[in-house]
Design a protein around this ligand. Structure first.
Ligand SMILES: Nc1nc2c(ncn2[C@@H]2O[C@H](COP(=O)(O)OP(=O)(O)O)[C@@H](O)[C@H]2O)c(=O)[nH]1
Ligand SMILES: [Mg+2]
Length: 298
């Protein structure tokens, strides 16, 4: 199943809410815009983003004298897709090694996404190494190890409770020694307190820059789409300590409403790079803004 169909299937709830709206469009009625704004907010897009999108649509309808339901729907697809086109898509991983640092709160899907990425890049012919820098729980390294076996790549791990930064350091040394193309670092989403976690992340980030000054580094923040506007609050907190280059939005196959991508793009200017659409190895897809907007309003 392609991106469009997968997203369409996942965002059932939002689609039902949005889809019915266009039937009420006459070109003059204010209620249509009010309901549209409300629906976007209900879909987690956030009040500011919803208002902006509706204003743009209103202007477009006026300027282009749009009257038909399909015309206005297509205009909104364009407006929403444009709102998602911030920054660059895909990952820049050209150096050997290059690094992906995965961050985000507990349970959002970091380790699972790493497993999916490891499988994807290994299948694509890259030599991949995982570093288990979530040393907070013993189960975390074990879970990553299962993914390494599935993907057929190496892993560097230390004992539970050891210094995450030293795992990063050893991971980089191993990556250099073994001629690895891509080092993917798993991190904890929770430590004894938030300041602690953020300090650890900054420290890891500094070690990577120091040990690999020329390397392409992607810091991906994983956001669980089912948590709604909370995802935005989390992204803002992490952005302060980690130089985030992109978002991975997981669990779009569940009860997610999906609008959070607009809030993140609009308020943080961060591109969504991938979406998670299930727990399996193949359930990761490159994000396509236009298809996403189209699926949401189909
Ligand atoms: N349905 C669904 N579940 C997911 C997805 N990504 C991760 N999960 C599940 O979410 C739970 C937490 O994932 P995990 O990778 O351990 O999160 P972490 O704490 O951030 O490392 C696990 O049960 C995963 O199988 C997704 O895209 N869709
Ligand atoms: Mg984990």
């Amino acid at each position: 199943m392609g991106f469009f169909d997968k997203i369409k299937q996942g965002l059932e709830k939002t689609r039902r809410q949005m889809g019915g709206l266009f039937a009420e469009f006459t070109g003059e009625n204010e209620e249509f815009y009010d309901e549209l704004e409300e629906s976007l907010i209900m879909a987690d897009a956030g009040a500011a983003t919803a208002e902006k999108a509706v204003e743009k649509l209103r202007a477009k309808v006026r300027e282009e004298s749009l009257r038909g339901q399909e015309e206005v729907r297509a205009a909104l697809v364009d407006i929403l897709a444009e709102a998602l086109e911030v920054g660059s898509f895909g990952l820049r991983l050209e150096t050997r090694p290059s690094v992906i640092l995965m961050v985000g709160v507990n349970g959002v899907g970091k380790t699972t996404t790493i497993g999916k990425l490891a499988a994807k890049y290994t299948a694509g012919g890259k030599k991949v190494l995982l570093a288990a820098a979530d040393t907070f729980r013993a189960a975390a390294a074990e879970q990553l190890n299962v993914w390494a076996e599935r993907a057929g790549c190496g892993i560097v791990r230390h004992e539970e409770g050891s210094d995450p930064a030293s795992v990063v350091f050893d991971g980089i040394a191993a990556a250099k020694a073994r001629g690895v193309d891509l080092l993917i670092i798993d991190t904890a989403g929770r430590l004894h307190n938030k300041a602690n976690l953020m300090n650890e992340l900054s420290k890891m980030r500094r070690i990577i820059s120091r040990e690999l000054p020329e390397a392409d580094i992607e810091t991906l923040m994983v956001v669980d789409a089912t948590t709604g506007q909370n995802g935005l609050i989390q992204a803002k907190q992490f952005a302060e300590s980690a130089d985030i280059t992109g978002i991975v939005l997981t669990k779009l196959d569940g009860t997610a409403k999906g609008g959070i991508v607009f809030a993140i793009a609009e308020e943080m200017g961060l591109p969504v790079k991938f979406v998670g659409v299930g727990e399996g190895m193949d359930d990761l897809m490159a994000f396509e803004p236009k298809s996403f907007a189209e699926a949401l309003l189909s």
